[in-house]
Design a protein. Sequence first.
Lengths: 147, 153
Amino acid sequence: MPSCLFCDVQQGNSPVVGGPVYEDDHVYAYHWDEEGSGYLGHLVLITRRHAPDFAALTPAEAQAVGLLIARLSSALKVCIGVEKVYTVFYGEVTPHLHVHLTARYREAPPEYLRWRAEDWPDAPRGDADAIAALCQRLREFLAENPQ
Amino acid sequence: MQDTTAECPICAKQQGEVLGGPIYQDELVYAHHVFNKEGPTFLGYVRAETRRHVASFAELTPHEAQAVGLLIARLSKAIKACTGADHVYAFFYGDHVPHLHVHVFARYPGTPEEYWRERVDEWSQSPKGGAEEVAALAQRLREYQAKSVVVVD
């Protein structure tokens, strides 16, 4: 099988800044900074198994994805005080299920809605240390709020 | 948090009639095919919603969150099986109506890349229909759901 970015991430072959925010038997989440924008509050949720999309999930995997979207959304709202968390599945490039969760800050102007949230020039951004610190806060929140 | 509100169009719709009828419903979640009253409707665009009037994923109970995840997966599978779509998107924004609804919609083979994502319905060759076609597709999706009932631990 050709190399898959999301399989590589989980196997440690493609290290991610801040390490995993969450992992269990079905799902895995980490902070996304693929483009190096440093935008704080963009997580990606992936399945453990190399399954291309929602249609290919087992019922248990689908439930685990739904539950983790909710927990990560809650964690982002509490830990960085954002207004909302956009949640999208595109699945156009890498055929391994990955859901993007992008925080929208209260102060963001209306022209930076949805997929433009990250383009807001004044959005909170940080370096690897700042992303790692946020990941640590998210991990602590999830541990303190088990399901 | 109230279970329903008088002002919410999603609460009202779930308690009333929707063209083609619900594709799926149980005590936690609800799904239906979107119908455009103003003109032709893009075929293969459904919404997955919670029964309870909650704004976003962050406010869901664990059971609701699991049910929404399972519903997105089942709708994606049904859309692929019933429409010939080769890809199914799932988007949650929550910018307008504060009642959780996930847009689950088809992308058809041959859709040019400039029409991917939110613009799939703008492609002139994308399948569209009127009330009759939407109701017929809703029926096929409902039947597919019914015969693919899943048992979860």
